[in-house]
Design a protein around this ligand. Structure first.
Ligand SMILES: *[C@@H]1O[C@H](CO)[C@@H](O)[C@H](O)[C@H]1NC(C)=O
Ligand SMILES: *[C@@H]1O[C@H](CO)[C@@H](O)[C@H](O)[C@H]1NC(C)=O
Ligand SMILES: *[C@@H]1O[C@H](CO)[C@@H](O)[C@H](O)[C@H]1NC(C)=O
Ligand SMILES: *[C@@H]1O[C@H](CO)[C@@H](O)[C@H](O)[C@H]1NC(C)=O
Ligand SMILES: *[C@@H]1O[C@H](CO)[C@@H](O)[C@H](O)[C@H]1NC(C)=O
Ligand SMILES: *[C@@H]1O[C@H](CO)[C@@H](O)[C@H](O)[C@H]1NC(C)=O
Length: 671
């Protein structure tokens, strides 16, 4: 009687093996296609150049926003506001001019409501760069709900699998079978790209690793297989073809990169005056006055000179890998490699070994250029010869969008032609000693808008001058509206900005959302608590001298959302009595600033919900279940830090850094 059973079992097993056939060729979808036939650029130029005065949105972007605003959005406002009676307005009167709303958290822009709904469910925190993973993940998972996104839907979506280390998902032992095969898979993708002749770097490996967590083709069951492409081949420029875009159901996502102009030496941080780039689903480029140029995203890997490819068959497609886009915008290596951050000092040994191993695998067949940045072929050669710093450079070196200290990617939302009225700025920066934000990001954005972007962007509303002021006014612990009363109501000098910092629970509970850079694991329990606190923080509002949520906050949010639209009506509809009260409570008034003493009873110190567990299992966790990328990055920094020190001390360093920009030398020379 046992035989048939075993046979069935055997049959089942072989079927499963068949179904799970290894398909490593899928990993190579990461490689761009070179030598593609170029489109007719006399009809459809690949590059568009403008000036601050002639600045215009890509026609497809305008069309998307206009259609969305005239079809999907009005109904969303209606659903949200009802008659408007609850906030003292008549919505039929307001509805001829609603504000255009954007959220900067992860850099989405476009009109309303979804933002607010999204905001209600919005999660994270700590790094602006986390934002780009979040955005990428959301859009490449059909904009599913946050829980389905993070935990998986039990079907195709595997969730973020944050308990699997980004770097050593197989566990502590770098050299175990799972880790080895994972590294080989990552290497297979990067090699495929490198073999096209396009320069790769550590950022490519990083991009592939992120893809295993944040895109839809990886589940716990297939993580250590080559059964799927694990996100390789998913292109940012394909977003407009998805049904959510075709139905105008989603806001427009924008991702920000900073740059390191070729040949410049920095300590990794980028100064405010170097170009900042953005990627939309349609194009990539910079609104900075000294650049003012955009290139068709489908062809973004193509080298262009004065807008022309080298020849008719020299076009590159498939460069805009979604993984590479989120990888570039979280490419912090330039800082870590330079400052050799040693926050994990003493924990480095085995991780350095893992890194060394991975890199040596990459190096077996390729050389990597400018190891610590993302390398993008420069499509902007010949642009703005007099002012564009990279006009003659063959390759753009792009890095994390927060490296100029603009941690909240606000820049794109202030572009004049985007005409944004109301911006939600969600700040999860870890600025203070307890890893809460302190307004630094807005201060830098304000500075950049006032100097570099004066002619191309809207202004920032008045904010406190320093982060010390932010902190002493308590503005980093509560939601605040900036720019409530512009001088010109019909043509406001700046948008209304709602600053929403990651902050301790207003109930006085112990915070879990300010995990600092030492935080190594996100257990599912911690993830859950994290989401709950972030949610409560978002919907709680602020009552001075109290430790309970503001029951009027949801309505005050409605007041803020309609306020700029109201001003644009003619005649202007006066602010309602209810909304005036809200604005008194939430607006920043430089003449009459609030004080931190009104923010009572908040616990600032982070409490790891898994503290005891962590203490007991420290070694294993440090080795095996890192959830936060920063740790991985820091480890690399630490490895570098150590090796550079070795070198300085006259000992032979393990690694050799690329010395100058165009020298072809490997990232690291294995001994
Ligand atoms: C709201 O405005 C509409 C259009 O002006 C008007 O017909 C309606 O009576 C108003 N409703 C209220 C409650 O005032
Ligand atoms: C993953 O997402 C991509 C892009 O959104 C889509 O084309 C593909 O069908 C999805 N695959 C799975 C397995 O869900
Ligand atoms: C995936 O395929 C590559 C190339 O054949 C191989 O080196 C690697 O070990 C495979 N990875 C896994 C997880 O099986
Ligand atoms: C990019 O170029 C191709 C070929 O000309 C064109 O079909 C496509 O619409 C362009 N995309 C954008 C966003 O302009
Ligand atoms: C723009 O170019 C001009 C002319 O080269 C230069 O003086 C100015 O500093 C540049 N601005 C920025 C922000 O780089
Ligand atoms: C604010 O944060 C910055 C780093 O982002 C830090 O240099 C500065 O000292 C902080 N200031 C205060 C008052 O916390």
């Amino acid at each position: 009687m046992f035989f048939p059973f075993l046979q069935v079992l055997w049959l089942f097993a072989s079927l499963k093996a068949l179904v799970r056939a290894q398909r490593p060729e899928l990993l190579k979808l990461y490689a761009p296609t070179i030598g593609s036939k170029c489109p007719d650029i006399t009809q459809n130029p690949l590059l568009r150049e403008f000036t601050p005065g002639t600045q215009a949105l890509h026609p497809k972007e305008s069309a998307y926003i206009d259609t969305r605003e005239s079809t999907v959005i009005p109904k969303a406002w209606q659903d949200w506001l009802g008659t408007g009676e609850q906030i003292g307005y008549n919505v039929s009167v307001l509805s001829s001019k609603f504000s255009r709303i954007a959220i900067a958290f992860s850099g989405e822009i476009d009109p309303p409501i979804n933002y607010l709904l999204l905001l209600e469910k919005t999660t994270k925190r700590t790094l602006a760069t986390g934002g780009s993973w979040f955005t990428g993940s959301l859009y490449f998972n059909d904009f599913v709900t946050i829980p389905d996104l993070v935990y998986g839907d039990g079907k195709d979506r595997g969730g973020w699998l944050l308990d699997l280390d980004l770097f050593r998902p197989g566990g502590f032992d770098v050299f175990d079978d799972d880790n080895t095969r994972f590294f080989q898979s990552v290497t297979t993708s990067v090699l495929a790209k490198a073999l096209t002749g396009i320069h790769t770097s550590v950022t490519d490996a990083w991009s592939r690793m992120l893809s295993y967590h944040f895109f839809n083709q990886t589940t716990r069951a297939n993580f250590f297989t080559n059964d799927t492409a694990h996100g390789a081949g998913q292109l940012w420029s394909n977003l407009p073809h998805s049904s959510m875009f075709q139905e105008y159901n989603v806001p427009l996502p924008l991702i920000v990169f900073d740059s390191r102009p070729s040949g410049t030496e920095t300590d990794g941080w980028t100064p405010l005056d170097v170009p900042v780039y953005e990627v939309s689903p349609f194009e990539m480029g910079s609104w900075d006055p000294n650049v003012s140029a955009m290139v068709n995203l489908t062809y973004v890997g193509t080298h262009l000179s004065n807008g022309k490819p080298d020849n008719d068959n020299a076009c590159v497609t498939g460069f805009d890998e979604a993984g590479f886009i989120i990888g570039t915008s979280s490419s912090l290596f330039s800082v870590l490699l330079n400052t050799g951050q040693t926050i994990l000092k003493g924990w480095g040994g085995r991780s350095c070994a893992a890194l060394e191993y991975l890199v040596s695998m990459l190096l077996e067949s390729i050389e990597m250029k400018a190891d610590d940045v993302a390398n993008w072929p420069n499509p902007f050669n010949g642009v703005k010869r007099d002012t564009y710093i990279d006009t003659n450079t063959g390759r753009l070196e792009l890095v994390d969008g927060g490296l100029n200290l603009e941690n909240i990617p606000l820049g794109p939302l202030f572009v004049n032609s985007r005409n944004v009225d109301f911006i939600l700025a969600v700040d999860g920066s870890a600025d203070t000693s307890h890893s809460w934000p302190n307004g630094t990001s807005t201060i830098y954005t304000n500075l950049r808008l006032n100097t570099v972007l004066e002619s191309s962007h809207q202004k920032f509303p008045p904010i406190p001058a320093t982060s010390d002021d932010f902190v002493s006014m308590g503005l980093n612990l509560r939601p605040t509206l900036f720019g409530c009363d512009p001088v010109s109501a019909s043509n406001p000098e700046y948008p209304l900005v709602l600053y929403l910092p990651n902050a301790p629970p207003l109930t006085g509970a112990t915070p879990v959302t300010n995990s600092d850079t030492f935080q190594l694991s996100y257990s599912s329990r911690h993830t859950r608590m994290f989401l709950e606190q972030a949610h409560a923080n978002t919907i709680g509002g602020f009552l001075p001298n109290a430790d309970s949520p503001d029951p009027d906050w949801p309505k005050c949010l409605q007041c803020a959302a309609v306020d700029r639209g109201r001003m644009k009506l003619s005649p202007i509809v006066p602010r309602s009595e209810f909304c005036t009260t809200c604005f008194k409570q939430y607006c920043y008034d430089p003449e009459n600033p609030p004080s931190v003493s009104q923010v009572r009873n908040r616990v600032l110190k982070f409490q790891d919900p898994e503290e005891t567990f962590f203490e007991q299992h420290k070694a294993a966790i440090v080795g095996g279940s890192v959830g936060e990328a920063l740790v991985f990055l820091a480890l690399i920094g630490a490895c570098y830090g150590f090796s550079r020190k070795d070198k300085k001390d006259g000992k032979r360093g393990k690694y050799t850094r690329v010395a100058s920009d165009d020298e072809t030398r490997p990232l690291m020379t294995p001994e």
